[in-house]
Ligand binder design. Sequence first.
Ligand code: ADP
Ligand code: MG
Length: 403
Amino acid sequence: MEYFHVKTIDDLTPDEVKGKRVFVRVDFNVPVKNGFVENDLRIRSSLPTIKTLLEKEGKIILVSHLGRPKGKRSEEFSLVPVYSKLKELLPEYNLYFVETIEELISRSKEIKEKEMILFENIRFYEGEEKNDLELAKKLAESADLYVNDAFGTAHRAHSSTEGVARFVKPAVAGYLIQREIEYLSKAIHNPAKPYVAIIGGAKISDKIEVIRNLLKFVDKLIIGGAMMFTFYRAQGLSTGKSLVEEDKINLARELLEESKGKILLPSDCVISDSFDPRNRTTGSLKTVNIQEIPEWGIGLDIGGKTIEIYRKEILNAKTIVWNGPMGVFEIEETAKGTFELARALAEATRQGATSIIGGGDSASAIEKIHLENEVSHVSTGGGASLEFLEGKVLPGIAILDKK
Ligand code: ADP
Ligand code: MG
């Protein structure tokens, strides 16, 4: 799909917004504790879209999910704390809170320009996650214009992310989705070369499609994380007690053959004789060449020689996509591979490369060392960014108008 052609709020004429009821699907899925929003980053991230629509004199209807209430009303998943936070962030605008669809439809006809309604958690309706079109039609009754700015749920066809857009036109992307499209498209559309992808994380089975798709575009595909051991086994090496997906060894062999030498595997790794993921502890650590992993060895990070080789590849690249940590970065002693490559990514970016990070754990790794603003783009949607990199069509974006 040609994501470049998706219409955004900047493509709307003033008349398409002024006085119109604008249904904005936002991602206010924030952490809530004791009735208060713990981290308001996601709310603040949506402000450019909301403010622009307010300035263009729209009547704004904000719809989001929070957590997984599974179709039932509960205080735990209520958006009331978000309502308080939003009032704090936009004190100069009237904001109303509405709990049912019937009320949403009637209030949408009453509010004035530059006023806002926040709707209660859309997942209190059972039909939402089933993309129930009756629910979507009802939602559409409250809207003259649809804006999707919830990238994190764009890979799911739900009533408020895809269904409603079938019945409301224009249907366009907000600034958050626009930015995600702009950067993630570079990963699968005419990337500047050399192009290097770094793939790590726990399981090869989570990343097969990403690896397959990226192999079509990249010059080098760097492997790290636990999945490297499944690749080693495919090469006949012994991997001690490291994490291996036995049923994926053949697949790893196939990928190595398909890749025609593009796949780079680590030459050394950090091992321990014990590892307790729950308490985040290891035994004493040691770096060994990959041919020399002892029977008792549990591989937890890439080694120093590998870091040097990978660093050079990254610094030589013009486009870099990173998905999945190089080791168990949650533990300081085995975070070096991940953090050093993150630093290399920042350095390459300073030299003019485009660097894109997808995946929830990779994003939290780079935030841990405060380099999130030194790379070109950190994707906000874990699952959505993975599916984008897999080359899949995201239904919440595909349904939007084209230029
Ligand atoms: P992302 O969320 O960025 O897509 P993943 O969810 O695929 O990344 O993988 C992240 C997890 O992989 C982390 O919790 C990390 O501890 C784990 N991991 C990385 N390397 C290893 C390893 N060698 N052994 C066990 N777990 C690992
Ligand atoms: Mg993850």
